[in-house]
Design a protein around this ligand. Structure first.
Ligand code: HEM
Length: 303
C-alpha cells in the first residue's frame, strides 16, 4: 500500500479540520529571527556553508503539532522548531525538528493510518489492533514518546530532534550519516498536564515574546554520528547510542520576525532543502514529506 501527498493532507484535515490560510499540521506557531554560529568542530565533518564558522542569519518558527490553530498551547503535542539558514551565496537551507526523538512509525503510510485513527472516534478501538499488526514498531514507540508530548514550560526549555539521518560530506571527500538534536541551553523543563491547563491558552506564544525581550533563546546544535548498525532509513528506530556526539553550533533566537509571511510571502520549511555538504538519506518519510508540504502550501495559499 502507498499513500499520496493528497491523501496525507486529507487525513490531517480530517483529524484537525481545514483552516483557511493555516498549515495542515503545526498550524499554530510564532515566527522569529536570529542567528546561527557553527563551532570549529563542524567544518571537519561537513563543508556546508552555514557550518564553516561565520555567523548566518536565520528565520525560526516555533509551533505546536496540531493542524488546528485554535488548539490551546497546553494540549499534549509534539512541538516544532523549524529553522531556515540564509547562506552567504544567497541560498537557503532548512532544518525541521520536533520535540519527539523518533517518528512513531517507519513509513508515510503508517503516519496517515495514525492520523486516521485519531479522527476515527469510537471506531479507533477496533481499528487499533489492525494498525498495530501492520506497524508493530508503534507498540514500542508510542509509549516511549508520551513523555515528550508533555507541555513545556517554554518553547525554550525542550530539546528538538530532526529525526531523519542526513549524510554529511566534508571538504576532503569523507562522509558520515548524522542525526540532529537542538539542546536548550536553558535546560529541559516541562509542566504536568494539570499545571499546564491552568495557563492561558496562548501561554507558549506569550512566553516566547517575553523571554526574547529579556535575552535571546539559545540552543546548541548537536549531531550524533551513525555507527555501522544504526539505521539511516527508519525514523522510528533508536540508534545504539555508541556514536560520537559533536556540538556543531549555537542558535540564538533574538526576536519576533515581522518580515516573513507578510502579504504574498510564502514561507515553507522543507526538510529536503539541503545544501552542498549535506544529502538526504533514503528514509521514506523524509523522501515523502516535501510533496505533502507542497500540497499543504497549495491549500493554505489557495484563494
Ligand atoms: C509522513 C510524515 C509527515 C507528514 C505527512 C507531514 C506533514 C506536514 C505538513 C502537511 C505540514 C505543513 C506544511 C506547510 O504547510 O508548510 C507539516 C509541518 C511540519 N512538520 Fe511535518 N510531516 C511529517 C513528518 C514530520 C517529521 C518526521 C517531522 C520532524 C522531524 C515533522 C515536523 C514538522 C514541523 C516542525 C512542521 C512545521 C514547519 C513550519 O513551522 O512551517 N514532520 N508537516
Amino acid at each position: 500500500m502507498s499513500v499520496s501527498p493528497n491523501q496525507a493532507v486529507d487525513a490531517a484535515n480530517r483529524a484537525f479540520g481545514r483552516h483557511p490560510g493555516s498549515r495542515a499540521l503545526h498550524a499554530r506557531g510564532t515566527l522569529c529571527q536570529g542567528t546561527f554560529k557553527a563551532t570549529p568542530e563542524a567544518a571537519a565533518l561537513t563543508r556546508a556553508a552555514h557550518l564553516r564558522g561565520a555567523e548566518v542569519p536565520v528565520t525560526v518558527r516555533f509551533s505546536n503539532g496540531a493542524g488546528d490553530p485554535g488548539h490551546p498551547d497546553w494540549v499534549p503535542d509534539p512541538r516544532g522548531l523549524a529553522t531556515k539558514f540564509y547562506l552567504p551565496d544567497g541560498g537557503r537551507t532548512d532544518l525541521v525538528a520536533v520535540s519527539s526523538p523518533r517518528f512513531p512509525v517507519r513509513d508515510p503510510e503508517g503516519f496517515v493510518q495514525l492520523l486516521k485513527l485519531q479522527s476515527a472516534g469510537p471506531a479507533a478501538t477496533w481499528k487499533l489492533p489492525l494498525f498495530l499488526r501492520r506497524y508493530p514498531e508503534a507498540l514500542r514507540t508510542l509509549p516511549a514518546l508520551l513523555p515528550s508530548l508533555k507541555p513545556p514550560v517554554s518553547y525554550a526549555t525542550i530539546p528538538y530532534y530532526a529525526i531523519h539521518a542526513y549524510r554529511w560530506l566534508d571538504a576532503s571527500g569523507g562522509d558520515r550519516y548524522v542525526r540532529y538534536t537542538w539542546r536548550p541551553l536553558a535546560g529541559t523543563h516541562r509542566l504536568s498536564l494539570r499545571t499546564a491547563r491552568r495557563r492561558p491558552k496562548d501561554y507558549l506564544q506569550t512566553d516566547l515574546l517575553e523571554r526574547m525581550q529579556r535575552a535571546p533563546l539559545e540552543f546548541a546544535l548537536e549531531v550524533q554520528i551513525a555507527e555501522p548498525d544504526d539505521s539511516t532509513v527508519d525514523p522510528s528506530a533508536a540508534w545504539s547510542g555508541r556514536g560520537r556526539r559533536v556540538t556543531v553550533g549555537v542558535l540564538r533566537v533574538t526576536g519576533p520576525d515581522h518580515e516573513r509571511e507578510q502579504g504574498d510571502d510564502v514561507l515553507v520549511f522543507d526538510p529536503s532543502r539541503v545544501t552542498d555538504g549535506i544529502e538526504c538519506s533514503e528514509d521514506p518519510v523524509l523522501q515523502f514529506r516535501p510533496r505533502a508540504y507542497s500540497e499543504s502550501v497549495r491549500r493554505r495559499t489557495d484563494g
